[in-house]
Design a protein around this ligand. Structure first.
Ligand code: PLP
Length: 404
């Protein structure tokens, strides 16, 4: 009986680059970068060293009232310099779900501050995942994550992820004067790797502007080179009102996230005496976490993992597409970012083969992928080589053959 969360445990003991080792010393290829975040790979000593240096200088001090610290200020400047957001301001947090809370509350608070307090409705997309805090649970595009928790965010709704027209229809149904914000991932990650149709985000962005709805891009998975640029949304040529980030900002070495906010939205609150945005957390702007982010961003830049990711994206797509001919596979989704999904077909269901079966078989063969209902997800660190991609995909094929 383990006392750590639920279920029997597969204990990860050590990691280096794209490799993990379990307690018995067996080695596994990390085909998911842990949970979509270890973009620079495991075991980077320079991140550990930067955190150690920071910890011996100022381990922590809460950013609160007029208290700040240099690592939080410098990191915010650096993030703002790269963010495709007008007059950007940065609100730091400890992760993705926490940043979604910030964005949702700020959207509503902004409208209250500018005399439109009835704008509270939040719209998200089918398959969209925005963490499992209060607002994230309320707006998630997968019903199973809401079941049994009682009422969550009642003035919210979910629209099909592939249709800008559906967003517009929903805004008109609710009444534009009641809608605060629209939340969308550049490429849907945890919900199954769905890239937008060409032109989708331009259209969505126009619709949001037309009706005064704030566009919040949730780049928690797509940022920090997974889509080949800083925040993932650049690829689609639009500028969101808020940009939520986490995961790859530190490659997970320490927890950190945040929201880059358009200055227009931040203005009613920024540096105002008696700031009416009563929101914040103890560890936001934690200097040691900020030091990890800086060292991680140094690696992304120095090794140009942005260009590398664009190359890996092509390699990963070509390798994973070879699974399309497998008798248990219905569809492969890949080609936008270093992420891919392999959906199992009706034949698999008839034979009683589930995605967790394939996941377990692949792991027993030394490759970690992720299972969601009927689908396997692949999102390796951005330091994976072509040979390792081939090994990953060959192992998944072997696992599919074995469970068939
Ligand atoms: N948003 C997206 C797109 C995510 O993928 C996730 C986590 O997977 C979150 C938000 C929540 O982040 P966290 O788990 O750090 O709360």
């Amino acid at each position: 009986m383990h006392r750590v969360t639920q279920g029997p445990k597969f204990t990860v003991a050590r990691a280096e680059g794209v490799w993990l080792w379990d307690e018995s010393g067996d080695r596994y290829l990390d085909g998911t970068a842990s949970l979509w975040y270890c973009n620079v790979g495991h075991g980077r000593k320079e991140i550990a060293d930067a955190v150690h240096r920071q910890m011996t200088e100022l381990e922590a001090y809460t950013v609160y009232g007029d208290f700040a610290n240099a690592p939080a200020i410098e990191l915010s400047e650096r993030l703002a310099a790269h963010a495709p957001v007008a007059d950007p301001r940065v609100i730091l947090s400890c992760g993705g779900g926490e940043s979604i809370e910030t964005a949702a509350k700020l959207a509503r608070r902004y409208f209250a501050a500018v005399g439109a307090p009835e704008r509270t409705h939040l719209i998200s997309r089918t398959g969209g995942y925005h963490g499992l805090h209060g607002f994230g649970t309320g707006i998630i595009g997968m019903d199973r994550f809401r079941e049994g928790f009682g009422p969550t965010v009642e003035d919210s709704s979910v629209v099909p992820h592939d249709s800008a027209a559906a967003l517009e229809a929903e805004i008109l149904r609710v009444g534009p004067e009641r809608v605060a914000a629209f939340f969308a991932e550049p490429v849907i990650g945890a919900g199954g790797v769905y890239a937008p149709e060409p032109g989708y985000f331009e259209e969505v962005s126009r619709i949001c502007r037309r009706y005064g709805v704030l566009f919040v891009a949730d780049s928690v998975i797509c940022g920090f080179a997974r889509l080949g640029d800083w925040f993932g949304i650049e690829r689609f040529g639009v500028r969101p009102d808020m940009l939520v980030f986490a995961k790859g900002v530190t490659s997970g070495y320490l927890p950190l996230g945040g929201v880059v906010v358009d200055g227009r939205i931040a203005e009613p609150f920024w540096n105002r005496p008696g700031n009416p945005f009563h929101h914040g957390t103890t560890y936001a702007g934690h200097p040691s976490c900020c030091a990890a982010a800086q060292a991680n961003m140094d690696i992304l830049e120095r090794e140009d993992l942005f260009t590398v990711a664009r190359e890996i994206e092509v390699q990963l797509e070509s390798a994973v597409r070879t699974l399309e001919d497998h008798p248990l596979v219905e569809e492969v989704r890949a080609g936008t970012g270093v992420m891919a999904a392999v959906k199992l077909n009706a034949e698999a269901a008839e034979r009683g083969v589930t995605s967790p079966d394939v996941f377990t078989e692949a792991r027993s063969r030394g490759v970690v992928v992720r299972a969601i209902p009927e689908t396997l997800l692949i999102s390796p660190p951005l330091v994976i080589t072509w040979e390792q991609i081939e090994h990953l995909v060959a192992t998944v094929r072997g696992a599919l053959d074995a469970v068939a």
